[in-house]
Design a protein around this ligand. Structure first.
Ligand SMILES: Nc1ncnc2c1ncn2[C@@H]1O[C@H](COP(=O)(O)OP(=O)(O)OP(=O)(O)O)[C@@H](O)[C@H]1O
Ligand SMILES: [Mg+2]
Length: 400
């Protein structure tokens, strides 16, 4: 790929005019850089009548570091492939892709700026009554449709091949499964949490379970997953939900996406223990978070089970007993990966605002401690916590 980074607003505007017909040729266009992540350049291009689109460009390095940390630009191909596949099976949850340009490593897509970031909505304790249903349906549709239950074996293997994403998977293999479980220099540990971090690093039983989860992450090609489904990748209004940024997508374990999503509700739960605001309101919201996690699972499992029963192509995968076992397996995987995500967001490299917004270091450490306790329980007890109700009870017991 030959790569030319946009150097000024005019280059972006010319590119947009050449590759989309959203704007009239006489309108004056404005460009605003809105990159708030780490990896890519993101711009909003708009006119005075309220039309706008998003330009996302992947440089051959990590944006916030520069040339010193090269990174494959194939990530933008993966991202558009995932957005397009999701648009086929669940169009309402992704921004529409208007254009993909492999030479410039650019996606032009729908502006979903009328939606708010889910992480901020959770920090603000916003209740979203339709969110669980929307997320559960999305997960069931995407996971089933991109699995070998819904695809012919050869077509599924072709998808596994075209969605191979080794460089970004390697980052995940390190930041989820390696760094947080040893005293790694990349870790960022609150000094008040040193003893708890040390106990994680010394816990052989825990590390053995994490190794099992990592092996599955590295070798299981169940379905095409998003790969980075934290609450910062989800945007919502009261009646709509959109999912962006699937550049870490690949064919991997279904429970990884569900687990990362669960973890981000539970990280917020741990944060609500000490975030500013009325205590009663925070506790009520913790109840909403657990209920929403349970509802996501309920929606996912009901929809996924129905798809398995009615649309599985391979008769040898259609046995009801197997299908029941399989759903239970996904539940257990989800809890395990949720525990891994919570650990890495608490003592690893990338912390979350749900907890970092707690200014007092003692109170922050209290939330971090709760997060680590929940994480340990999820990883070690994932085979015995068989239902969302058992999970809720176990989490509520840790809080008191
Ligand atoms: N389609 C869109 N509509 C509106 N805003 C968007 C859209 N896509 C991205 N953004 C905005 O740009 C920001 C950065 O986008 P994105 O997360 O895709 O970038 P990234 O560089 O891949 O981030 P990261 O380093 O976290 O992977 C988002 O947080 C969001 O605010
Ligand atoms: Mg990204």
């Amino acid at each position: 790929m030959s790569f030319v980074k946009f150097n000024d607003d005019n280059q972006i505007i010319n590119f947009v005019r050449d590759h989309s017909d959203l704007f009239s040729c006489h309108s004056e266009l404005a460009v605003e850089e809105i990159s708030d992540g780490n990896l890519n350049y993101v711009y909003r291009v708009s006119d005075a009548s309220g039309n706008s689109l998003i330009v996302k460009q992947a440089p051959p390095y990590i944006r916030i570091i520069g040339d010193d940390w090269p990174l494959t630009q194939d990530r933008i191909r993966i991202e558009q492939q995932s957005l397009q596949l999701t648009a086929q099976h669940c169009p309402q949850v992704v921004p529409e892709v208007y254009h993909y340009d492999s030479e410039h490593c650019v996606i032009l897509m729908q502006d979903i700026g009328d939606h708010d970031n889910l992480r901020q909505l959770l920090i603000d304790r916003t209740e979203l009554p339709l969110l669980a249903q929307q997320l559960g349906n999305y997960l069931a549709q995407m996971m089933f449709r991109s699995s070998s239950m819904a695809m012919e074996s050869t077509a599924h293997k072709a998808l596994v091949k075209t969605s191979q994403n080794p460089e970004l998977c390697k980052i995940s293999e390190e930041v989820y499964f390696w760094d947080p479980f040893c005293d790694h220099e990349r870790n960022d540990v609150n000094p008040l949490l040193k003893d708890e971090a040390q106990s994680v690093w010394n816990n052989s039983e825990l590390k053995c379970e994490v190794a099992k989860l990592k092996r599955r992450f590295m070798s299981d090609t169940e379905a095409m997953i998003h790969g980075d489904l934290h609450s910062g990748s989800v945007f919502a209004t009261t009646d709509s939900c959109k999912i962006i940024d699937p550049e870490f997508s690949f064919c991997g374990p279904i429970g990884f996406d569900i687990g990362v999503l669960f973890a981000n509700f539970l990280l917020n739960y741990a944060g609500q223990q000490n975030l500013p605001g009325d205590r009663c309101e925070r506790m009520t919201y913790q109840g909403w978070l657990l209920q929403t996690l349970s509802d996501i699972w309920q929606q996912f499992s009901t929809h996924f089970a129905s798809l398995m029963q009615t649309e599985t192509l391979d008769p040898s995968l259609s046995e009801p007993g197997y299908q029941q076992w399989y759903l239970q397996q996904i539940w257990q995987d989800s809890l395990g990966y949720a525990g891994v995500e919570m650990t890495r967001r608490t003592i690893g490299i990338a912390h979350v605002a749900d907890i970092m917004n707690i200014e007092d270091p003692e109170l922050r450490a209290d939330s971090e401690r709760l997060s680590l306790q929940i994480a340990n329980m999820l990883i070690l007890q994932r085979n015995t916590l068989s239902t969302p109700k058992q999970l809720d009870d176990a989490i509520n017991q840790l809080r008191t």
